[in-house]
Design a protein around this ligand. Structure first.
Ligand SMILES: [Zn+2]
Length: 395
């Protein structure tokens, strides 16, 4: 986003925190240049952020004689906390703003449709987190909760889990009254972990993020200074085959029935849980044959068609894919490119949208929830959440 568009204090602070988090630290002049700020404004903003304990400046050898010697980083002694419901367990913990997880626990939760068991696990997890924080005098700045299948409307049915989101929100409010919390759809949390945070490049214009896991989900990803940098979109229930297999949503032939981890697992005779647990290594569990290779290519082609049709309607500057396709060698992913090619008007050459496969490094739950907590903090420029915003981001 161009400098002149960074109007509000919140946006300017968000841009600064975003770059510091992504790079792990910058010298002042570089930080000012990256955010399109003058030396004077960056000084003022950093003074505020330092005062609030969100950033630190430490002396480092200057990169060149007479160059800057104070490097700015996010504070090392501030915390975010998170709960991630994934991989048949509830993982939770706390991490520094830099992303170092200092506390991590996992409670097994084999059945996500057992509402009482879910509530019980969350009560125990919240208690444990509160004790850990209490013993160390830690007050997290944000708490994120990543929930698969979460939808925006409180009463909307969740196809994956029976967790009572309104109950959970109320319980967190009581346990951590001073800490803003956010319940988020798992795909949005993954998008935050992949496209913002440590190592990420600045998001200049809109990206499309698609995750192929237990379900298939998507999200629009925009600059951190946008009003809603990550907005989940429905993607898995695009109908691609009129008389196709019955889907859990009640329709037939949804993309998910062909290209979810469970559908791919069926091609190889392995269970969905095993597919998901193997994460990036799932190919090691299976034996590839010509027939199976063709079926996987068909699934990828359908995903490509769906993506291409989205691109026909909305312009993006990058398509980022995570989930099971990332483990495939390049030559087995061409079907996805081909699907896009076959559905994009004028072909991909005209569109010039790069496709990036993101390795799934997120088996390390609760990372997605921690990434979301961090993302919200950065998006708000380290300020209190905007009042008009709801506390839930869902698809
Ligand atoms: Zn469906």
């Amino acid at each position: 986003m161009a400098a002149e568009q960074l109007r509000t204090r919140r946006q300017t602070r968000a841009a600064v925190l975003d770059r510091l988090l992504a790079t792990g630290g910058l010298f002042r002049p570089q930080l000012a240049a990256d955010c399109g700020l003058t030396e004077v404004s960056i000084s003022r903003i950093l003074a505020d952020l330092r005062e609030e304990g969100l950033v630190e400046e430490t002396r480092r050898p200057a990169p060149y004689p007479g160059g800057p010697s104070q490097i700015v980083t996010v504070a090392q002694d501030q915390w975010v906390a998170g709960f991630t419901l994934a991989n048949r367990r509830l993982s939770f913990g706390a991490a520094t703003l830099g992303g170092d997880i200092a506390y991590l626990e996992r409670l097994p939760l084999p059945d996500l449709t057992d509402r009482a068991a879910l509530a019980d696990a969350f009560v125990r997890a919240i208690d444990a987190l509160r004790s850990w924080c209490g013993a160390r005098g830690v007050v997290p700045l944000r708490i994120g909760v990543s929930i698969p299948g979460l939808r925006e409307r409180a009463d909307a049915p969740n196809p994956i889990t029976a967790l009572d989101a309104a109950w959970l929100s109320a319980h967190l409010e009581v346990a951590f009254p001073a800490v803003p919390h956010a319940l988020v759809n798992a795909v949005a949390a993954r998008a935050a972990a992949h496209l913002f945070g440590p190592g990420s490049e600045p998001v200049a214009t809109r990206h499309l993020f698609v995750h192929l896991g237990r379900g298939i989900g998507g999200a629009w990803v925009e600059p951190v200074t946008a009003a809603a940098p990550i907005r989940p979109i429905e993607f898995g229930h695009v109908v691609v085959e009129r008389h196709g297999p019955a889907c859990r949503c009640g329709h037939r032939g949804c993309l998910e029935t062909f290209a979810s981890a469970g559908a791919i697992g069926r091609i190889f005779d392995i269970g969905e849980a095993e597919m998901l647990a193997a994460d990036n290594d799932w190919l090691r569990l299976v034996r590839m044959t010509d027939r199976r290779r063709r079926l996987v290519a068909d699934a990828l082609h359908r995903v490509g068609l769906a993506i291409g049709n989205v691109l026909n309607i909305v312009r993006v500057s990058l398509v980022a894919i995570s989930g099971w396709p990332s483990a495939l060698p390049e030559d087995q992913r061409v079907a996805l490119h081909q699907g896009i090619e076959d559905s994009v008007f004028g072909g991909t050459a005209a569109l010039r949208v790069p496709l990036r496969f993101l390795p799934s490094t997120l088996g390390s739950d609760p990372r997605p929830a921690l990434a979301w907590a961090m993302h919200e903090l950065v998006r708000d420029g380290g300020l209190a959440p905007r009042r008009e915003e709801t506390r839930r981001v869902a698809s």
